[in-house]
Design a protein around this ligand. Structure first.
Ligand code: NAP
Length: 270
């Protein structure tokens, strides 16, 4: 079935999703319509992927069966409000904006029956994304769409809006940034021991990848069990872990998670 997908906003998330869907043959370039505030990104995207450029957001809404609003939270209202009457009530409208709750989307598009809030992350680009979504009421059409389009790009889960959605936002979307921060520390420490930057990056990346893949392929074991398998008593891993616990690394990380959650709440309120 031919189904047009429109993006308002052609930044990082739009590019990650377009790249993922095209490479999985879930859409054809002719079925993707994109608009952006300024023209530079559109030109690059259309040259790279041969998708359709739209001169206005309204044109995207006219052409699309599913509209994905991929602008920053602070730009969402300005992007939607002037063209609200162009949306039809049966379109699936997906907002990727962090912190923007469903009731706010509903206020902008009161007649729409298929509003979806999605929290995504950029590993979607390599089909290792993590996506959470919520809808105002149970909606099988949206559930099927999410299953068909998002699951091939990564782990996809439906969550209630509120505490659970916020936790996902912090741990999985902001979390990618946190993981890179840790990886930078890893790499820097390796470099200080005479290994060049490129090699140190490879060692770091493969260590994180190895741990993740081992955990992915061991679904019946908890993370603690997997850790115990690499930690012999009085061994070198044990010594390092003891120090991590003494220094309360967990407390530091929790503090950062809470700060991030607070920002999510601030975005919701403003
Ligand atoms: N990137 C992530 O890892 C990530 C993770 C989770 C959630 N998100 C959410 O995903 C959304 C998109 O993030 P992003 O990283 O893709 O942002 P981004 O790279 O900054 O892209 C946003 C794009 O929206 C365009 N835009 C702004 N106002 C517009 C308007 N009125 N009409 C049309 N286009 C407009 C911007 O155009 P200009 O080129 O003119 O600036 C920009 O290209 C955000 O709401 C963010 O909260 C992102």
């Amino acid at each position: 079935m031919k189904e047009n997908i429109g993006f308002i906003g052609a930044g990082n998330m739009c590019q990650a999703l377009v790249e993922g869907w095209l490479s999985e043959n879930l859409v054809t370039p002719g079925e993707v319509f994109v608009s952006n505030r300024t023209p530079g990104k559109i030109q690059r995207l259309t040259e790279q992927f041969k998708i359709n450029a739209c001169a206005t957001n309204e044109e995207v809404v006219d052409k699309a069966d599913v509209v994905i609003v991929a602008v920053k939270p602070q730009d969402l209202e300005a992007a939607i409000e002037p063209i609200a009457s162009s949306f039809n009530e049966d379109q699936i409208v997906i907002s990727l904006a962090a912190g923007i709750q469903l009731h706010k989307l509903k206020r902008l598009l009161p007649k729409n029956k298929n509003l979806v809030r999605v929290m995504a992350n950029t590993p979607a680009k390599v089909k290792r994304g993590a996506f959470a979504y919520c809808t105002a009421a149970s909606n099988i059409r949206v559930d099927r769409w999410m299953e068909r389009m998002f699951k091939p790009l990564g782990y996809t889960i439906k969550l209630d809006e509120g505490d659970a959605f916020e936790a996902f936002t912090v741990a999985s979307s902001a979390g990618i940034g946190f993981i890179f921060e840790l990886m930078v520390y890893w790499q820097e420490w390796i470099e200080e021991h005479g290994i060049d930057a490129k090699t140190a990056q490879q060692i770091t990346v493969n260590t994180f990848l190895g741990a993740s893949q081992l955990a992915t392929q061991s679904p019946t074991q908890t993370l603690e069990e997997l850790q115990a398998k690499v930690t012999s008593k009085k061994g070198i891993t044990h010594a390092g872990l003891e120090s991590m616990r003494e220094l309360e690394v967990e407390r530091l990380l929790r503090y950062s998670f809470e700060k991030s959650a607070l920002r999510d709440r601030e975005l919701s309120e403003n």
